[in-house]
Design a protein around this ligand. Sequence first.
Ligand code: PAF
Length: 284
Amino acid sequence: MEIVHDPRETRRHLDSLRSAGRTVGFAPTMGALHDGHRSLMETASARCDVGVASIFVNPLQFAPDEDLDSYPRTLDADARLAEEAGIDVLFVPSARDMYPEPIWTTVSLRVVTEPWEGADRPTHFAGVATVVTKLFNIVGPCAAFFGEKDFQQLAMIRRMVFDLNQPVDVVGMPTIREPDGLAMSSRNRRLVPAHRREASVLHRALTKGAGTIESGERDPAAVEAVIRAELGTTKHAEDPDYVAVVDANSLAVPESLRGEIRLLTAVRFGNVRLIDNIGVSVPA
Ligand code: PAF
């Protein structure tokens, strides 16, 4: 595995592989890698000739009061995991490599970024859309693999690629979970033991909500109430930031549930904010 820091060198190298007929699979990350990232990297390497991953903790997607400085940085362990997962090229730029000058150009999307995660974090998604556009420009035409765990991010990136004709195939990958159902996340390591024990409630509550849809419920408010009731059964979970039963493409709440539906929630345990979601298909 080669580790490359320079954006232009990365693009030159990958362009020359593409001109020799090789396909590129790309897994962008912020490091602190876990088995969820491993699955993105393994799939990128298995489905494409060249597996590329990036590690960059992007300051643009953190608000001043968010955890940029305390975000875990574990480069040696990350590089080992990426190599084991079959990655050929690991792109690890510094903040100076990515933002040599204060940035004047940003990418932001309407509608899909406005509710849920966007409501409390007004600059977050523009920070993600901007860095992902830069990464796509640096890596070049590729298939890019994103976890469904950050479902709103995935929906936004799909729409951005569509709206801007970016030469990328976006592939959503299923959430990887701990044995008790907790979605893997770099933030889980900050949960104190009592909170970690209760944190599987997110998946349990969403699964319960999905069960009511599978049993015929079509009113999003009724499904939301079931999820909220289950989230309320633990001692340490705070009131959820949101519980949403939405159309999987627009992320808007429909009048009645049909087609591809996504159940989303965000819940704080102490100072750790967890998000999770699951999908349900409602036949026409
Ligand atoms: O999902 C993430 O880890 C980040 O938001 C991403 C897509 C790597 C952009 O910084």
